[in-house]
Design a protein around this ligand. Sequence first.
Ligand code: OVM
Length: 404
Amino acid sequence: MPEVLKDHPPAVPTLAVDPFGEEFLSDPYRWHGSLREAGPLFWLEKYGIYGSAQHEPVSRALQDHRTFCSGRGAGLADFAKEEPWRPPSLLLEVDPPLHDRTRGLMNKVVSLGAIKKLQPIWRAKAEALVEELVTRRSFDAVTELAEVFPMLIFPDTVGLPLEGRENLLVYGAAVFNAFGPRNAIYAAGAAAAQEATIWVNHACRRENLDAYGWGMQVFHAADEGECSEEEAERLIRSLLSAGLDTTVNGIGNLLYALALYPDQWALLRSDPQAYRRKAYEESLRWDSTVQTFFRTTTCDAEFYGHKIPEGSKMLLFLAAANRDPRRWDRPDDFDIRRLASGHVAFGFGIHQCLGQMVARMEADVLLEAMIPRIRAISLAGPPERRLNNSLHALAALPVEIIPA
Ligand code: OVM
């Protein structure tokens, strides 16, 4: 009998916590410690799925796209068993070889060269916006800055119609809610999302895009035979799905960190060249906009001594991995001096964020505009959260500034 017990594989720890419940989502970092402490792999009984929250196993799963695939959906729904709520993304929700063709094509559109060409325009818009806010002394860093700045540049970059752009944030929120369960948070945004979906699908059509934006570049790839017309529309849809709510909250979380840690703002101002880029990278590690993504096992897999059956959903806690004390010292501290690289806020492996250089450039020009104009930033009231099944999002962030 003892021999039998000895050879038995270790049981996967079972957790009762609901990672999509309002208690969890209103303060995810309070729960992450217990997830990481459960071990490299755990079972979430409420949903009948596996989960992982330490940095090493999360990175390993993201890297092993053959075992942990995306083609069955990057959310809770298994596309092999359930109809997706919208036609699957041709980037996020596909596997190689299709993924490599679409990603290769999009890499050429969303290239560093294309972004650098736009940098002067983005910089000028950042300067004008910050200039105006600085004269106000107090403002809402989410509704008047984080939500405003990406809207000033990104829709133009894609070449979208002017009318109806307000649908983009509604759509983004709905897309990220839809990766989770069909809970109350999802339901709250679903009605508004219907109208936004219609607008987004319309905006992705060739005849509605301007001649110079990234959208039309995707159609040029279609003209070259790299994808079909229908695929081009759906690839542009990815820009609209992933390109706005992410950067809005990335900037919101960055500003929140800087307001909470005045010494870090002072340090950043003391040597902008050294710290500007590091500050954004550290804010992504410290508070990851995209908190979670799913994968699905393509075969019976072995993971840290556990057997995972084929067709299992695995929830990867990116934000928890980014605060794993096994990987970073004092992980809960926002410290722009540290080496934040290796964080998985942009994912890891073949699906790693297509728009990461856009996100970095947006944050960079914004900080460039803020640093010479703002001596100090502080909270002028409690921040308000906007609950989302996969994003850590702010609804409001009242701040006060002292001009330089
Ligand atoms: C897409 C998509 C949507 C949401 C997120 C994302 C973070 C991609 O439609 O391709 O990546």
